[in-house]
Design a protein around this ligand. Structure first.
Ligand SMILES: Cc1cc2nc3c(=O)[nH]c(=O)nc-3n(C[C@H](O)[C@H](O)[C@H](O)COP(=O)(O)OP(=O)(O)OC[C@H]3O[C@@H](n4cnc5c(N)ncnc54)[C@H](O)[C@@H]3O)c2cc1C
Length: 377
């Protein structure tokens, strides 16, 4: 009997899980991978689009290229999930499986920050990055705020990267001295688990005259007067606002009855939900690691091993460590790296590798190796 697996969402987590199960189980696998989109793109590619280095077409990796034993991709929008019966409905069909994996990521709730949609911009969606690509060339002077509106948010280094890359962009256009850049963050440090990474980022901000405003979030935007209101009542006037919107689970996940305190609870050792043979990986769960692709990928590895062990009636794998390596754009053609481990020790810890031009190639390899592995490109 082939193992029937349903993977909901073909992002970092869903793609890695499908690749691993196909590799290990081959023809013993009957896996259906469902996503509403026709293509995947790396989160960090949005910077390339926003600053005009690449077009949206350049960054898209089409799911039609997936040719893997035992894997069928369906481009369909999921409209309901019944975790008890491992039954999923889409706009076109109904699916049932022996194992269900929810990897639907996080959506955004722009309306949770009054005025953001009317008076601000965002670069967390591809559409937002595309809009900024049009907005930025028309901007020539004034105050820029990169502002986080709530936690948790995807890729904790991304707001810092946006501020540093903005500095480079303005410098290249010869207008840096006519602009101010501020970064509003809910944390005390840019990367809380790694003081070395945080120190390096704070130094980079200081060298570039970027104002770091810790332990605050942007509550609302006065779109008419171009003012951001912080949670402590501070008013920050701006000419350009780049917001990181509040994150939430996709509506179909909310309606599945699986969500507690905003996210799907899982056993942090194996990513199992309370429903038999149902796992949740990546941004959609509340496991406590940062919402980043590398953590979704790490979770997929543990879940693949767990699914295979159950299928082959072997012992379950070692516990999930909650670890991953994040590359950080420092601008000026340099990339830094932090290895973070959330669950192995008594507290989360991180090891920093100094930003360098060599790590730019490492990051490129990170992308190209996934492109080859997941899409055969
Ligand atoms: C600007 C920016 C920079 C980033 N940089 C990095 C980085 O350098 N490194 C890193 O590791 N992470 C980075 N990230 C974060 C990373 O992109 C996400 O954390 C990662 O994609 C999460 O993976 P996932 O599999 O949980 O979900 P996703 O990759 O978001 O995939 C979820 C999938 O579910 C699909 N879906 C949702 N609802 C439905 C539905 N109803 N029906 C069908 N399909 C549906 C979506 O279309 C999507 O394809 C960045 C993010 C941003 C915004």
């Amino acid at each position: 009997m082939r193992l029937r697996v349903l993977v909901l969402g073909a992002g970092f987590g869903g793609l890695e899980l499908s690749a691993l199960l196909s590799e290990k189980l081959g023809d013993d696998l009957d896996l259906t991978l469902i996503d509403q989109n026709d293509s995947f793109y790396f989160g960090y590619s949005k910077f390339d689009v926003m600053f005009g280095h690449k077009t949206s077409d350049d960054i898209r990796l089409y799911y039609r290229n997936i040719v893997k034993p035992g894997v069928t991709f369906k481009q369909e929008t999921i409209t309901s999930i019944d975790p008890l019966n491992r039954k999923v409905t889409t706009r076109f069909s109904t699916y049932e499986a022996d194992v269900l994996v929810i990897a639907l990521g996080a959506d955004y709730d722009l309306a949770a920050t009054p005025g953001l949609a009317e008076g601000g911009n965002e670069f967390y969606t591809l559409a937002g990055a595309e809009r900024l690509r049009e907005v930025l060339p028309a901007f020539s002077k004034g105050r820029i705020i990169v502002g986080v509106t709530s936690a948790p948010f995807k890729c904790p280094p991304a707001p810092s990267e946006a501020a540093l890359l903005m500095h480079d962009y303005l410098l290249k256009r010869g207008i840096r001295d006519d602009c101010e850049i501020s970064l509003v963050m809910p944390f005390g440090l840019p990367i809380p688990p790694s003081s070395d990474t945080s120190k390096a980022l704070l130094k980079a901000f200081a060298e570039r005259n970027i104002q770091f405003i810790p332990k605050k979030v942007v509550r609302s935007i006065d779109a008419a007067h171009h003012v951001a209101l912080l949670d402590d009542g501070t008013e920050m006037p701006f000419e350009l606002f780049l917001g990181i919107p509040k994150h939430r689970v996709p509506t179909v996940v909310e309606q599945s009855g699986m969500v507690v305190n905003g996210w799907i609870p899982v056993d942090k050792t194996n990513l199992k939900t309370k429903f038999p043979n149902v796992y949740a990986i990546g941004d959609v769960n509340g496991v406590g690691t940062p919402k980043a692709g590398v953590f979704a990928e790490g979770a997929a590895k543990v879940v693949a091993e767990s699914i295979i062990a159950s299928f082959e009636r072997r012992d379950q794998p070692d516990a999930y460590k909650g670890d991953g390596t994040c590359y950080i754009e420092f601008g000026g053609g340099r990339v830094g790296k932090v290895n973070v481990d959330f669950f192995s020790g008594p507290a989360p810890s991180g090891t920093y590798t100094e930003a360098s031009p060599e790590l730019v190639a490492d990051k490129e390899y990170f992308g190209s190796s996934r492109k080859a592995r997941w899409f055969g490109l």
